[in-house]
Design a binder for this molecule. Structure first.
Ligand code: DC
Length: 224
């Protein structure tokens, strides 16, 4: 059986992780949540008062960060230096700092190297901002997801509420649009659609409908 990599990129809260998780499950592939890694680095910087505008402090801190994923009760969980931080990395304080942190080249180099190692055996679905362009430019299937900004805000609002994290709709939208701006305009690996990515706009699609579309594309790639 052919083994492929599926790369999903798009703006914040456009449904990438929902699609990536369900696609990974359907294909019996691993799921690599690259955003969780940038979030874990950000959490480490915040908890340890690392001035991330100081390159030496960042380089030193990166030496002390170990991130890995574990599947517990069917759920993907992110570990930072042996501690389960899956909940903490979704807090608003991390949301507020993760874009400037993930714009740092030293941080990106360290994360991309780990992500590429995790994708060595292929059979992986990964989502993020630079997966199809930088991390896995040779991915067999690249999807660029789009969704309307109000729909994305409502989805993030619901997601946070379901995790017991409070947030005003307006604050969530402000944070989302600001992250869109930084993630798309940074010098190192800005979010952009890979030339060979397929665009799916899921504004009016249910989760099942977007999964069906992606599965159809994956099946074609598996048979090629
Ligand atoms: O997908 P997310 O919202 O969990 O990602 C959090 C932040 O991490 C996002 O604002 C930008 C950054 N990110 C990145 O720069 N590159 C990736 N491949 C994934 C995420």
């Amino acid at each position: 059986m052919k083994r492929i990599i599926v790369a999903i990129d798009g703006l914040s809260s456009c449904g990438k992780s929902t699609l990536a998780k369900s696609l990974a499950k359907s294909l019996h592939y691993a799921y690599l949540d690259s955003g969780a890694m940038y979030r874990a680095v950000t959490l480490y910087f915040l908890e340890n008062n690392i001035d991330y505008e100081n390159p030496e402090a960042v380089a030193d801190a990166l030496q002390h960060i170990e991130i890995h994923f574990e599947r517990i009760d069917g759920q993907n969980r992110t570990f930072l230096n042996g501690r389960d931080v899956e909940h903490d990395i979704r807090e608003m304080s991390v949301n507020d700092h993760v874009s400037p942190v993930s714009a740092l080249s030293a941080v990106r180099r360290a994360m991309v190297a780990q992500q590429q190692a995790m994708g060595k055996r292929r059979q992986i679905v990964s989502d993020g901002r630079d997966i199809g362009t930088v991390v896995f430019p040779d991915a067999e299937l690249k999807i660029y997801l789009l969704a309307d900004a109000d729909v994305r805000t409502s989805r993030r609002h619901l997601e946070l509420a379901s995790k017991g994290i409070d947030g005003e709709w307006e604050d969530i939208q402000r944070n989302l649009l600001e992250r869109d701006r930084i993630d798309s305009s940074r010098a190192d690996s800005p979010l952009r659609k890979a030339d060979d990515a397929v665009v799916i706009d899921n504004t009016l699609l249910s989760e099942e409908q977007q999964l069906e579309k992606a599965l159809e594309l994956a099946r074609i790639k598996l048979q090629e």
